[in-house]
Design a protein around this ligand. Structure first.
Ligand code: GBH
Length: 448
């Protein structure tokens, strides 16, 4: 058995990272527009004001996708582009932009996968307390309703949230992402509970409005890879516990709530008093059935069982291959991450992001040669294939990213794209790995 016949081979992006046009055509500001304009927040001092100028160049970008044979495109909608104040009045020009983009995709037979929230909270809502204000769950429902009513005739696949671990952990706990807060656990749990309730309300709105809809929730996943057969149980237990760090970065905290309707006992026991009041109705809302799990997997850790029976992290040996951003290359994370998730939750899985940053540059021949990325993708996809062969239900794979883009706190210094973007000219050059990915898609992964 190999990748299923209708396997979805895609590419992913997010609004703030590529669109630019941050104040055009009636768009409101988001917390990222504000954050990047504060001196010292972004390592290369850049902003997403222009980014890849995708807002004006989406036709070219869609055409490039079509040339590469990409079957599906995962992008996010900028909430403040269609609701400048986060709630209330709709910005028709924002709706028009996404309509045009969706129609352009469909013209080439590229299936749109829409992420509702990829971190760019409308600044107007932030000023009212953002995720700490309980009204936000209704605002998110309104926003989702507008998205569903306008695009749901053509968009059938939705992801409510992208990586709640990262936007809460980096944005509200460590402070390195917008809005740059360092909150206490009590506030963090309040935020998490509101995010999860907003997710539940969005699921209900999408089901009500969009026929044949498929809905997922995407996690940032850093799988633990057992180094031998004897370490599998310890790795699995540790992977789904929140003992390896703050609960906010853990995976079961979010997914157990969304799929089982229950926060994990270890988090409840450790943070019990800090939890907001949780009702049974809340948990029913949060665990509205979804159709798939999205996993963003880039790296993880090797583990072995220690003398007490727990998983212990093994540091990679000196010189272990790393990507330009400094993350260890651990291809087996795609095998174990999907296996562990499928065993526990029994829902179809999409890899909603996987890829690497490299020090790409334009060579004298005018091309961008990125053999390291080809090797990375090859190794990771072989592990994904192994997981399929072992029975995990894997529906698709989205490479991060379609284009080089604004890498949050790292600005433009990291290049994750299969297409190179020369920012001063906004020229696009398909990298060697882009052409390689085309052959993988054509062969449905049989040539790996
Ligand atoms: C995603 O975040 C985002 O969804 C996307 O917007 C972003 O551009 C993309 O990935 C690339 O960063 O300390 O070595 O163990 C990824 C988030 C990836 C968070 C890996 C933590 C662990 C690195 N993460 N990571 S390591």
């Amino acid at each position: 058995m190999s990748f299923r016949k209708d396997f979805i081979w895609g590419a992913a992006t997010a609004a703030y990272q590529i669109e630019g046009a941050f104040d055009e055509d009636g768009k409101g500001r988001s917390i990222w527009d504000e954050f990047t304009h504060i001196e010292g927040k972004i390592s290369d001092n850049s902003t997403g004001d222009i980014a890849c100028d995708h807002y004006h160049r989406y036709k070219e970008d869609v055409r490039l996708m079509a040339e590469l044979g990409i079957k599906a495109y995962r992008f996010s909608i900028s909430w403040s582009r269609i609701l400048p104040n986060g709630t209330g009045e709709v910005n028709q020009k924002g709706i028009d932009f996404y309509n045009d983009l969706i129609n352009e995709l469909l013209k080439y037979g590229i299936e749109p996968y829409v992420t509702l929230y990829h971190w760019d909270l409308p600044y107007a809502l932030h000023l009212k307390g953002g995720w700490l204000n309980d009204d936000i769950t209704d605002c998110f429902e309104q926003y989702t309703t507008i998205v569903a009513e306008n695009f749901g005739d053509r968009v059938k696949n939705f992801i409510t949230f992208n990586e709640p671990q990262v936007f809460t952990g980096c944005g509200y706990f460590e402070g390195c992402h917008a809005p740059g807060y360092k909150l206490a656990d009590k506030e963090l749990l309040h935020i998490c509970h509101n995010i999860l309730k907003a997710h539940g309300k969005a699921v209900r709105a999408l089901r009500r409005i969009v026929s044949d809809v498929k809905i997922g929730f995407t996690s940032a996943s850093s799988p633990l890879v057992p180094v031998s057969d004897n370490d599998v149980d310890a790795a699995r237990n540790a992977f789904f516990s929140s003992g390896k760090g703050h609960f906010i970065f853990s995976e079961a905290f979010w997914h157990d709530a969304v799929i089982f309707g229950k926060y994990p006992d270890d988090v409840l026991n450790a943070y019990g008093d800090d939890f907001p009041k949780i009702t049974e109705k809340d948990m029913q809302l949060i665990s509205e059935p979804i159709d798939f799990i999205g996993l963003n997997i880039y790296t993880g850790s090797y583990v072995k069982t220690n003398k007490d029976g727990f998983a212990e992290r093994i540091r990679c040996s000196p010189g272990h291959p790393r990507t330009a951003i400094g993350w260890d290359i651990i291809p087996e994370t795609l095998y174990w991450g999907t296996k562990f998730y499928y065993d526990r939750y029994r829902l179809p899985i999409y890899i909603t992001e996987n890829g690497m940053s490299a020090h790409d540059c334009i060579s004298l021949d005018g091309k961008v040669h990125d053999p390291n990325r080809i090797d990375y993708l090859d190794r990771y996809l072989l592990e994904l294939k192994k997981s399929v062969e072992d029975g995990a239900d894997i529906a698709g794979y989205f490479q991060w990213s379609l284009l080089d883009n604004f890498e949050w706190a790292k600005g433009y210094s990291e290049r994750f794209g299969m297409i190179y973007v020369d920012y001063p000219t906004q020229n696009r050059i398909v990298k060697d790995s882009g052409y390689w990915y085309k052959t993988v898609i054509e062969n449905n992964g049989e040539n790996l």
